[in-house]
Ligand binder design. Structure first.
Ligand code: SF4
Ligand code: SF4
Length: 85
């Protein structure tokens, strides 16, 4: 499933540049994640890069966007035009 940034976000700016899918953007108040672009970093990295760098641990999974690994792999292919080996 896609990930979600909660209201604990302190707008520290470190997650946006590490997202390989350009899924993170500055919203009206805090950073937000576009669920259509977040693959949990599947296809790019072993672990979600935004979670790895967030200093306040405010990026849980988004229960409103539940997806299987297979669906996330398909999303990666749709975004990049590449298959995951
Ligand atoms: Fe971007 Fe990966 Fe975080 Fe999703 S999990 S928002 S793809 S860095
Ligand atoms: Fe917000 Fe965490 Fe991203 Fe910093 S790394 S902008 S605290 S979500």
């Amino acid at each position: 499933m896609a990930l979600l940034i909660t209201s604990d976000c302190i707008n520290c700016d470190v997650c946006e540049p590490v997202c390989p899918n350009q899924a993170i953007f500055m919203g009206p108040v805090i950073y937000e994640i576009n669920p259509n672009l977040c693959t949990e970093c599947i296809g790019h990295f072993d672990k979600p890069q935004c979670v790895a760098v967030c200093p306040v641990a405010c990026i849980p999974k988004d229960p409103a966007h539940s997806e299987t690994d297979e669906e996330l792999r398909s999303k990666y292919t749709r975004i990049t035009g590449k298959l995951i080996p």
